[in-house]
Design a protein around this ligand. Structure first.
Ligand code: IPE
Ligand code: IPE
Ligand code: MG
Length: 248
């Protein structure tokens, strides 16, 4: 049996973001249809969300469907929307005190999916445990473009001074305005790229790439990623000596 990993429960990352990649290749390896890979991936989402909540992660943001994913074959997009509808399980969120949220261009989703999503967001909004955030029809460039448009409108209408714009202003106009920046970004499936995900929020994130396809990324894999994160020194531009002084 594979050894478990030891984690320092006082140093759990507050915000973990995951690019859940590799469903298609997982299916192909098994001679299955891509949609069966997505089905298996959806099961993993439940397991990882519950484990993240148990570990005390405050925010888990999952890249579920990107702006660019709309360009996939229609049949695959339809299958993904169906799976999304099936897997929004309010009971699981209530049981784990999880507050369910979404970021992205939600209006683009089919009505039946949107309706269930919004109801679940509303019904779990009083939960005080982990925030589970699905990025749906999301991309960073979309988000930053929207933020820019809103800020420009506020300046134009006289609500804001041009000279008052700073990095907080931008942060306050992002879909993630209520969340801290990403501490740990995980990408499964072997690719080493960000694919338009949380670019602003990942400015100082620790990056963790693994080969495991998303359907096989289970609780132990998450703990391994966090253990790896806990061995890193986050310097934020300072020297190692300065960081040690700060801790002492
Ligand atoms: C990630 O798996 C899920 C979505 C992007 C919706 P992929 O479907 O991208 O799987 P691969 O990368 O083709 O293996
Ligand atoms: C990123 O995966 C999007 C999600 C996981 C939802 P992709 O499979 O779409 O990314 P690329 O195309 O390999 O960059
Ligand atoms: Mg992929």
């Amino acid at each position: 049996m594979e050894m478990d990993v030891q984690l320092d429960l006082n140093r759990i990352p507050r915000h973990v973001a995951i690019i859940m990649d590799g469903n298609g290749r997982w299916a192909k390896q098994r001679g299955l249809d891509r949609s069966q890979g997505h089905q298996a991936g959806a099961e993993t989402v439940h397991q990882i969300a519950e484990e993240a909540a148990r570990l005390g992660i405050d925010f888990l943001t999952l890249y579920t469907f990107s702006t660019e994913n709309w360009n996939r074959p229609e049949q695959e997009v339809t299958a993904l929307m169906g799976l999304l509808f099936e897997h929004i399980e309010e009971e699981t969120f209530m049981k784990n005190n999880i507050s369910f949220q979404v970021i992205g261009e939600i209006d683009k989703l089919p009505e039946f999916v949107k309706g269930k999503l919004m109801a679940c967001v509303e019904h779990t909004s009083q939960n005080t445990g982990m925030s589970l955030v699905l990025a749906l029809s999301y991309s960073s460039k979309w988000e930053l473009t929207e933020a820019t448009r809103q800020i420009a409108a506020e300046v134009k209408s006289g609500k804001m001074e041009l000279s008052a714009i700073d990095s907080d202003t931008i942060q306050q106009h992002l879909a993630t305005k209520h969340m801290p920046d990403v501490d740990l970004l995980i990408r499964t499936g072997g690719e080493q790229r960000l694919s338009n995900y949380l670019l602003w929020q990942c400015a100082y994130a620790e990056l963790y790439f693994c080969e495991t396809f998303w359907p096989d990324f289970k609780e132990l894999e998450l703990r391994k990623a966090i253990a790896d994160y806990q061995h890193r020194e986050r310097r934020y531009g300072l020297t190692s000596e300065q960081i040690i002084d700060l801790v002492i």
